[in-house]
Write a protein that binds this ligand. Structure first.
Ligand code: ADP
Ligand code: MG
Length: 262
């Protein structure tokens, strides 16, 4: 049960892409009831992401990051405030959430089918999308026959199949080994550049946020809202191991520690 706070929150999906913002969140509050207690997951979070921008959100565990993405994806409702997304949204989780009985191509084809793509065109398009994420040759594998990194590539191809304008990513590479994660950073950055995608990427890893984001938003701990924002002006592609990146990530980590201590 979601108790109402100071009025009903609003989520809307405006297809008008004339606005320069791909998404905007205004004083978003999400409360959960735990017995007779009210737990605030988000408390007045406000942020905007411009079209084509790559924005990362970092925050401690429990700071409402997943709640924010869930509201933007329409899976959860605000208690108060507003969340607007302009255009179509795709969501990628830490677990790729592929259907285990379908092949890699089958998972992508299903997304195409849901989008209304003709049966005759679906297989070719699915193969093209898998090729785009460097999975040519793996089309007929089922999820259990793929590595964690490959599964996230299929999830990325499936998100592309949805022809989304906004990609919401919830700690998508958190469970991967360092090398797979590095490769997926490159892959994601390439796809973002090639497309007109707007990306909101959640992570608890400051280095990953600085590796990928045009901007990094640091969330407060319990309840979440934006405490601090960092513009990342390093040229791309960035290396996770570069000293420049480490300096900025270090400052973000200090800020996170400060937020966790208050
Ligand atoms: P994060 O992704 O930053 O770790 P979450 O958004 O998952 O944080 O959770 C924020 C807070 O809201 C946590 O305290 C969590 O326990 C609580 N919460 C999240 N989803 C629910 C839910 N469906 N019902 C009750 N409490 C929830
Ligand atoms: Mg989370």
């Amino acid at each position: 049960m979601r108790p109402p706070l100071d009025g009903r929150g609003i989520v809307s999906n405006l297809l008008a892409l004339s606005d320069k913002h791909a998404l905007s969140v205004e004083r978003l509050t999400v409360a959960y009831s735990h017995g007779d207690q009210l737990l605030l997951a988000l408390d007045g979070a406000t942020l905007e992401v411009k079209r084509g921008e790559f924005v990362c959100v970092v925050g401690a565990s429990g700071s409402g990051k997943s709640t924010l993405l869930n509201v933007l994806a329409g899976l959860d409702r605000p208690s108060a405030g507003r969340a607007h997304v302009h255009g179509r949204v795709a969501l990628i989780f830490q677990e790729s959430a592929l259907l285990p009985w379908l092949t890699a191509a089958g998972n992508v084809e299903l997304a195409l089918e849901l989008r209304g793509v003709n049966a005759s065109a679906r297989q070719k398009l699915a193969y093209e999308l898998l090729n785009r994420v460097h999975l040519a040759g793996f089309e007929k594998r089922r999820p259990h026959e793929l590595s964690g990194g490959m599964k996230q590539r299929v999830a990325l191809a499936r998100a592309l199949a949805q022809d989304a304008d906004v990609l919401l990513m919830d700690e998508p590479f958190g469970a991967l080994d360092a090398i797979s994660r590095d490769l997926l950073h490159e892959e994601l950055e390439r796809i973002w550049k090639e497309s007109r995608l707007t990306i909101l990427f959640v992570t608890h890893n400051a280095r990953e946020a600085v590796r990928l984001g045009d901007r990094v938003m640091v969330f407060t701990s319990r309840p979440g809202r934006v405490a601090h924002e960092v513009q990342v002006d390093l040229s791309r592609p960035r290396s996770l191991d570069s000293p420049e990146l480490a300096v900025i990530a270090g400052r973000i980590t200090d800020r996170l520690k400060h937020e966790m201590a208050v």
